[in-house]
Write a protein that binds this ligand. Structure first.
Ligand code: ATP
Length: 361
């Protein structure tokens, strides 16, 4: 099969880690006989320098024509003094809106070899952790009606509104159930239905959508309890389905229990197959250009692309296994280094994972 992939390396360590993900893409192509046609585009600070704006129209058009988008990271001190809508990060918001991506998927996995990096006690993570947080990305309080109330004789006040339509809940719920079908078939829907009317609607809709997925087990959890359970017994979770604001908080909490930001990928999806895949880390200007960055988050983002946009589940599994094997053999970049392990740079880590892909499967 032939696939068109937009590649937007961005700034800082973005180009370095993306280059390694591209090498893995080529290795997967050779292994399975697929043709991946790469289309380079600019986003973030490098786009500001070249075109005067963080998301040039040509980049968005390019992405719309492709099957999937692989993104590195954006931003850096060079552009920090620019106004908000001209900053590199505005490119990210723009591309998510422009491609109508309403679902954000963030796995939090603790690999056997990296258990010591987790801030959680060994007995809590002894069976490993593999959670996928599915967060609604374009609705809820962050985008609801908001304002300031200034009335004579009254203290100043402000409000933000959490609004969800049944349709918005339905489409994100479907993403979560579809993802669960590719995993352990358990969905935990997180809300605050004991207090919030929007959560009660959320729950009703999720229950209704669950009927279309009889093989998936659904349970509900209040967000305060979910925050506790994530550190008390994270192994109980498979897919966590939640709103924009709760997801913002819980996905960061889930990431931190893995203890390794350089390992964590993400996917943003819309109603079609087109998706945007990027590491959750930023451009890390402090280590840019030094061959120190961990490319695994970018490589695992590519793995997610295989699964969610291209439906190449076998290739996705192969990428995940190759990463795991290289870690099991004791290779580490600086951010995940531990005593007795073998220190590698960005390029060597990419090469090792590529070789592993050639070897196994
Ligand atoms: P942003 O606001 O764009 O997320 P940030 O500075 O808050 O940026 P990151 O850019 O993610 O956060 O980096 C935080 C620190 O984590 C960096 O300074 C870097 O040392 C480390 N780091 C991030 N990503 C990686 C990586 N892939 N490999 C190694 N270290 C990393």
């Amino acid at each position: 099969m032939k696939y068109d992939i937009a590649v937007l390396p961005g700034d800082g360590i973005g180009p370095e880690v993306t280059a390694q993900a591209v090498e893995i893409l080529k290795a997967v192509g050779r292994k399975f006989g697929h043709e991946f046609v790469l289309h380079q585009g600019k986003i973030g600070g490098c786009a500001i320098d070249a075109c005067g704006e963080p998301l040039p129209a040509a980049t968005l058009e390019l992405c719309k024509k492709c099957d999937a988008v692989l993104l590195g990271a954006v931003g850096g001190p060079k552009w920090d003094s620019l106004p908000g809508n001209m900053r590199p990060e505005a490119g990210l918001l723009g591309i998510r809106a422009g491609l109508e991506l309403f679902a954000n998927l963030r796995p939090a996995v603790i690999y056997n070899a990296l258990k010591s990096a987790s801030p959680l006690r060994g007995d809590i993570i002894k069976d490993g952790i593999d959670i996928l947080v599915v967060r609604e990305l374009t609705g809820g309080m962050y985008f609801g009606h908001k304002g300031r109330l200034r009335q004579e004789g009254m203290p100043e006040a402000a409000f933000d509104t959490e609004t969800y339509s049944a349709e918005e809940v339905e489409r994100i719920a479907r993403v979560a159930f579809e993802a669960a079908m590719k995993r352990s078939r358990r969905v935990t829907s997180v809300d605050k239905a004991n207090v919030l009317e929007s959560s009660r609607l959320w729950r009703e809709v999720v229950v209704r959508i669950a009927r279309d997925y009889p093989r998936v087990e659904l349970n509900h959890m209040y967000v305060d309890n979910a925050a506790m359970q994530l550190v008390r017994n994270p192994a109980q979770f498979d897919v966590i389905l939640t709103s924009n604001m709760f997801g913002d908080i819980l996905s960061d909490e889930a990431s931190m229990i893995t203890g390794s930001i350089g390992m964590l990928p993400s996917a943003s999806l819309g109603s079609g197959k087109l998706g945007l895949y990027e590491p959750i880390h930023g451009s890390a200007p402090d280590i840019a250009g030094q061959d120190k960055a961990n490319p695994i988050a970018a490589i695992l983002s590519l793995g997610m692309m295989m699964k969610y946009s291209l439906e190449l589940d076998q290739a996705a599994d192969l990428i995940e296994r190759a990463v795991k094997n290289v870690l099991d053999r004791g290779y580490r970049t600086g951010d995940i280094m531990s005593e007795g392990a073998r220190l590698t740079g960005t390029r060597e880590m990419g090469r090792l994972i590529g070789e592993e892909i050639e070897k196994i499967g």
